[in-house]
Write a protein that binds this ligand. Sequence first.
Ligand code: NAD
Length: 484
Amino acid sequence: MEIKNLKNYIANEWVESKSKESLEVRNPATNEVMARVPLSTVEEVGEAVRAAQEAFQDWRETTPYTRARYMFRLKNLMEERFEDLAQIIVREHGKILDEARGEVRRGIENVEVAAGVPSLMMGYNMEDVSQGIDEDCIYQPVGVFCCVTPFNFPSMVPLWFLPYAVACGNTYIVKPSELCPMSQNILFELFDEVDFPPGVVNLVHGDKRAVDALLDHPDVRGLSFVGSTPVGKYIYAKAAANGKRAQCQTGAKNCLVVMGDAVLDKTVPSIMSSVFGTAGQRCLAGALVIAVGDVYEPLKDKLLESAARIKVGDGLDETVQMGPVVSQKSLDRILGYVEKGIEEGATLLLDGRDIQVEGYPNGYFIGPTIFTDVTSDMVIAREEIFGPVLGVIRVDDFNEALDVIHDSPYGNAASLFTSSGKWAREFKYRVRAGNLGINIGIAAPIASFPFCGMKDSFFGDLHGQGRDAIDFFTDRKVVISRWF
Ligand code: NAD
């Protein structure tokens, strides 16, 4: 296979980076090098910001209806290239084809919602706030925005932000994950076909240096970050110090609470896809199952039986149910946590460490792994493992389950499995996490709802997607007027 040097896209031109530094992009199923991604320089980031800044004035004066039409064209092109987009995600990330298709679909849905900008961006007013005086609130675009995104949804996450920003009349720069950067190049081929005015959408590959250059640039007005908690905290603080608005969606350790009255035959498949889907590399992945009371024993047996049947392999093989993890480094980190769990005294009910995938001797594979007898103070119960490793905790009652959830520094998602409306309501009312599932294992908000998160899972106030996105990407201006 030809190894591609990935280019940046600035002011509607594909440009080769002048940086001397680059990284290899490997297929996690085979360990083959597929591309090289440049670590762009501060000057190259500056060129992208200049292009975006120069494009801003004309773009903000383009009518919202016209801006929405770009979204319709983008949607149509994404539908046409749907399978290409899904395949490239599998090859750079490792997830299975069905999950990649789901990712592309979620991306398209954000484009569809952003196309509603002629309604979403409407302001409001009131006559006679005082005698003969009227007051209007109008929504205006702000300027240049950018996003810094993670490896695990390399195609979708930039679409949590870019369509809304651009539809609202801002201009944009994407800095993708250096681990999975290829799908963004395909997406920018589509942006190129959509033919946005030069500078409206830009792509700059890179690492921390590029991110810092974006954060330090006076013409960047705001940044959306999705990634790990330590990096998100750093970016949020630096953005604030530099007077930029920021929204940082970060790490997670999500609990799935199973009550004694849960419908186990429906609960177990839901837990399986939450924990082992995308090989556990989802910020909404269930990481801990909290079994309340006597359900612990039967649940444990059913989890083992189902997880042991999961077929692991190359995500492009449609019979496979779980792909590899993204990199050798991730695999080593996950294996380290398995060692740690054994050391801490948890019982290794299912050991995925020595899995062999025929024909793929060099892939970064680990099979579904389950620990039981886990306690909430263990490292494997507290830290984000971001791999297919489940911990099962036994508690005596509902309140104790909530204590385990609240003991965690994270607050991204939590789910409850029950037949009781009373427990469901208590859960909804009391749990401090941003995305809740009731008899749903992956509480993923669709595009017209905000993607929430609390505690160490989110820094900011306005989230990605939905109405929050419109507020994040606009300034509200109030006009109070009197005419004589
Ligand atoms: P990461 O934090 O390593 O990287 C994310 C981005 O930050 C990348 O683009 C990377 O280039 C950049 N970056 C890395 N180190 C940096 C530094 N020191 N300074 C500035 N920029 C830096 O995250 P990842 O491993 O790519 O993604 C996995 C993480 O993302 C997990 O913690 C997961 O929970 C989280 N995540 C959260 C959500 C959410 O919505 N809350 C969604 C998806 C993933």
